[in-house]
Design a protein around this ligand. Structure first.
Ligand SMILES: Nc1ncnc2c1ncn2[C@@H]1O[C@H](COP(=O)(O)OP(=O)(O)OP(=O)(O)O)[C@@H](O)[C@H]1O
Length: 328
């Protein structure tokens, strides 16, 4: 059973089509990233999953339960974007407040609060006022609050925004820890470098449509391009490799070999071996997630609607006659 599933999910705010038929699945124990420009529909999707906003059409379920039901809500934690805890609270009194809302007894709260704050690394400061905390500490407190009732799935909206590099790493470690405990983490972030480092799979939303979904490794793999280096002093046999039907491009001390669709890299390696050349470097070239994201968004803008097919590849979609295209 998927932890999160949407099927052709649509949301209109009056004339604004915030989501235009989005289908995603998130599996147990995944860290799943939702990417998109401002106004792409990310927060709307999260709010529907949390039962804060009602969908217009389509289906959405959490842990097999319809979104918005009490049962579904009980099993979800949420760190909103730009949350602001009252500065006069301490971490301990704030967590105590949430513990009461979650219905925990006084004894349970007294035991669990220091434990939770230890997990997120702010136990030592738990009796200091929140107004004295750094942005990273406030975010970690927010994550502790979201995890307090031991939910199965946690939605984090921009958890590392405005946090310094050390704090970001600590938050990433925390997400990994949640994953290792079997939790599912749904991450909404603008910081593509962060997403690339932490997420198992990502979805790219553009103007309310899903344009790509897949593992970070699959999305960033540059099909059919290998970087090859030989031992010092050995020249790469560019002419012979070109004769085999490959394109060779210099790349500093290395070369990039571009494979035609019907060929693997093996004949090139075979040729190097028969020439007695020593391979020192062989890597399938990757793009950054940012490159993938920018090219997807550019393609979507240039071609009109672009949707992902079942294999995650972008394909053009025909927009319904009369459906307005929203421009920000
Ligand atoms: N309550 C609302 N009423 C009307 N329009 C809304 C409402 N909430 C969101 N929208 C519009 O829906 C679209 C999607 O907004 P949403 O906040 O989901 O995007 P987002 O991807 O989360 O953006 P950001 O990264 O800026 O937070 C935008 O055009 C936004 O202006």
């Amino acid at each position: 059973m998927s932890v999160i599933e949407t099927v052709e999910l649509r949301k209109n705010y009056g004339p604004v089509e915030a989501l235009r038929g989005v289908s995603i699945r998130v599996e147990p124990g995944e860290i799943y990233g939702l990417l998109g420009q401002n106004g792409a529909g990310k927060t709307t999707l999260i709010k529907i999953m949390l039962g804060i906003v009602h969908k217009s059409e389509g289906d959405a379920s959490l842990l097999g339960l319809p979104v918005g039901t009490v049962e579904a809500r009980k099993r979800v934690g949420y760190l909103p974007e730009d949350h602001a805890f009252p500065g006069y609270h301490t971490a301990r009194t704030l967590m105590d407040f949430y513990g009461q809302i979650y219905g925990l007894s006084r004894g349970e709260r007294q035991k669990k609060i220091p434990e939770m704050l230890e997990v997120v690394g702010i136990r030592k400061r738990m009796d200091h006022r929140i107004r004295t905390y750094s942005k990273g500490m406030k975010q970690r407190l927010g994550i502790a609050q979201a995890m307090f009732h031991d939910p199965a799935v946690i939605f984090l909206d921009e958890p590392t925004d405005g946090v310094d590099p050390v704090g970001r790493r600590e938050i990433r470690d925390l997400m990994q820890r949640l994953k290792s405990e079997g939790k599912t983490v749904f991450l909404n972030s603008h910081l593509l470098g962060e997403v690339e480092l932490i997420c198992d799979r990502v979805a790219i939303l553009h103007q309310g449509e899903l344009v790509r979904q897949g593992t970070v490794a699959d999305l960033t793999r540059q099909q059919n391009r290998f970087v090859i280096g030989l031992a010092g002093g050995q020249a790469f046999p560019t002419e012979d490799v070109t004769r085999l039907g490959y394109t060779v491009e210099p790349a500093g001390d290395l070369v990039e070999v571009v494979l035609p669709d019907d060929k693997t890299v093996d004949p090139v390696l075979g040729l190097l071996q028969t020439r007695g050349l020593n391979l020192r470097h062989l890597v399938e070239k990757k793009q950054s997630l940012e490159d993938v994201f920018v090219s997807m968004v550019d393609a979507a803008d240039a071609d009109g609607d672009v949707r992902a097919d079942s294999g995650g590849r972008p394909v053009k979609a025909v927009r319904q006659v009369g459906a307005p295209r929203r421009r920000k």
